[in-house]
Write a new protein. Structure first.
Length: 353
């Protein structure tokens, strides 16, 4: 029986994308992953199915960042069709493997070698083409968000004419953009996050972002990785948005931080070895509650202490923008462990003075 299971799983893994398109049609391909809401084919971006073998594991394996569940393509077939025993699952898998495949139409090869759109190579190239943020619309944007001192440690850059394509049916546009490097635990760039900005100024509705449908997008290998500010030793603060974490870095410039870019990615973020304490800078919403629970369970299982940092409003950038620097500092004073108050908060105040 175990041999049958392994062989079926291997055969399905060789056709992982076809399996996903058939059983999870409400999802879509994102780089090396198929992304969908859950194993029941709910629209969303919580569940990631690996489509190609990589250093992170074999093709066909999946993780639901919202629940922590994981499995292989046989599990996908079972759950998506609500099948009961292995006999039903195996029968359906064998039926699928016998179906004819619709081969994609051949396309003319480009005259020169180009990095595939959305790939790690394309992400690295975009970051390399970008320049410092000082004196640019990126610096202005962050300062208008209340972040007067931007302690980004080189993780942010500026691109004056970053491509933006609304969808496959519309022409490509160019807008100035803030480019954040997404890196793995070894510091290798695996992706980038783009925030397209309005070159004409800041307004209360869009808060400085470009007047387009999706002014924030990420590309590359994102799962488990993050935009990192500072080098981690034994204490780390992690949250969702770049602006959220830069707001905290304004108050705590020596505390290493990461921005995982979304609640789902935060709950699935890989934790560095040697980490002793993790501060979760949660957003004040249901997704923030779920992230806190999942990260706490994962971290405490490896002996890491987890402490929630909770904003008064929706997130810490909103707190900084509305209440100001001193109010945010006072709020963090009550939430940090006493030794970290001395190590990070008081030391930053002394440096500022």
């Amino acid at each position: 029986m175990s041999g049958d299971v392994s062989e079926l799983a291997r055969r399905l893994a060789r056709e992982a994308e076809a399996v996903c398109r058939h059983y999870l049609p409400n999802g879509k391909r994102a780089g090396r992953y198929w992304v969908v809401g859950d194993v029941h084919n709910t629209p969303g971006r919580s569940l990631f199915v690996r489509l190609q073998e990589s250093s992170k594991g074999p093709a066909g394996k999946w993780t639901d960042a919202a629940t922590g569940e994981h499995g292989d393509l046989l599990d996908i077939i079972r759950e998506s069709l609500a099948l009961r025993g292995f006999r039903e699952v195996a029968g359906e898998a064998r039926r699928f493997l016998k179906l004819p495949r619709h081969e994609p139409q051949p396309v003319a090869k480009p005259l020169r070698s180009m990095a595939p759109a959305g790939s790690q190579e394309a992400a690295r190239r975009l970051f390399a083409m970008s320049g410092p943020i000082e004196g640019t619309v990126v610096e202005t944007y962050l300062q208008r968000r209340g972040i007067s001192q931007i302690h980004h440690g080189g993780s942010l850059r500026f691109h004056p004419r970053c491509y933006y394509r609304p969808d496959e049916h519309l022409p490509t546009e160019t807008w100035p953009a803030m480019i954040g490097s997404v890196t793995d635990l070894e510091g290798r760039i695996t992706g980038v996050h783009r925030t397209w900005l309005d070159p004409h100024g800041f307004d209360r509705v869009r808060l400085g972002k470009a007047p387009i449908d999706t002014p924030r997008r990420a590309m590359g290998d994102l799962l488990g990785n993050a935009v990192r500010f500072g080098v981690v030793d034994d204490v780390l603060a992690a949250g969702e948005g770049i602006e959220t974490m830069l707001s905290l870095r304004y108050v705590l410039p020596t505390l290493p931080m990461t921005a995982a870019l979304s609640a789902n990615h935060l709950s699935a973020m890989l934790l560095p070895s040697g980490l002793r304490r993790l501060y979760v800078a949660r957003d004040a919403d249901a997704a923030g509650d779920a992230v806190q629970a999942i990260l706490t369970q994962r971290a405490e299982a490896t002996g890491i202490e987890v402490i929630a940092l909770s904003p008064r409003l929706g997130d810490f950038n909103e707190d900084l923008h509305i209440f100001g620097l001193e109010a945010l500092r006072a709020a963090l004073l009550l939430q940090l462990v006493p030794e970290d108050v001395v190590r990070f908060l008081h030391s930053s105040m002394a440096t500022a003075e």
